[in-house]
Design a protein around this ligand. Structure first.
Ligand SMILES: [Fe+2]
Length: 220
């Protein structure tokens, strides 16, 4: 089968452009570190688009939480990030949802999943950045974790959520987690929650991110 590239996949290209718009036109809220992060993300996206990277067929997978995706995208389409939400609906049948962690707490396994759209494992292949989605069912606690060597931002597409009990974030909010920063997420009781995320870091970190929860080890 002939190798395909990003420009052969308009729906993926539009989705990446809509990600780019979050980091190009969204406000940094007066924060210099956030402004710097947003610039890094959009400059890297520009480079990736320019390179016209390979697109690989990943096996689409469906976790229990994906049953909340339809509602989430309905909410997203009515919000400020409606364009991205609509783009995601068009590619949703091709997304590979996974848990990532070696051990997912039992209560979390049906309520959480993530997928990558751009990254070392594809579907749009690059080792310069990861762009993806995290989906939570209502009333979910995503345990404390951090990402070594990776700067992470979350942008809410739909639903209400909180990080480290610090504030309630609505659709459109951007949170920056510097490398190593411990964070724990909770989501509201009424609605599922969809976050777009971007990871920036050295290629070897993006390729093997070693996802582990920070919380205590089980004593068994
Ligand atoms: Fe995180």
């Amino acid at each position: 089968m002939a190798m395909s590239r990003l420009r052969d996949h308009p729906d993926l290209s539009y989705t990446i452009s809509d990600f780019d718009a979050l980091y190009r036109f969204g406000s940094a809220g007066g924060s210099r570190p956030i402004r710097t992060h947003m610039r890094r993300v959009r400059e890297t996206i520009t480079d990736v688009i320019e390179e016209n990277p390979e697109v690989i067929d990943r096996e689409p997978t469906h976790l229990p939480v994906v049953n909340h995706l339809g509602r989430t995208l309905d909410l997203g389409s009515r919000g400020d990030l409606g364009m991205l939400s609509d783009s995601l609906r068009r590619i949703s049948g091709h997304l590979t949802w996974e848990h990532g962690y070696e051990k997912v707490p039992r209560g979390l396994s049906k309520k959480y999943g993530y997928c990558e759209i751009v990254g070392p494992r594809g579907p749009v292949v690059t080792d310069r950045i990861i762009l993806g989605l995290v989906l939570f069912a209502p009333d979910t606690v995503y345990p404390q974790h951090h990402h070594q060597g990776i700067q992470e931002s979350y942008v809410a597409i739909a639903g209400e959520w909180s990080e480290n009990d610090g504030a309630v974030h609505a659709p459109g909010s951007l949170i920056l987690n510097e490398a190593g920063h411990e964070h724990r997420i909770t989501t509201g009781r009424q609605s599922p929650c969809l976050l777009a995320y971007a990871w920036i870091g050295p290629a070897e970190r993006l390729t093997t991110p070693a996802m582990r929860f920070s919380s205590r080890r089980r004593a068994s």
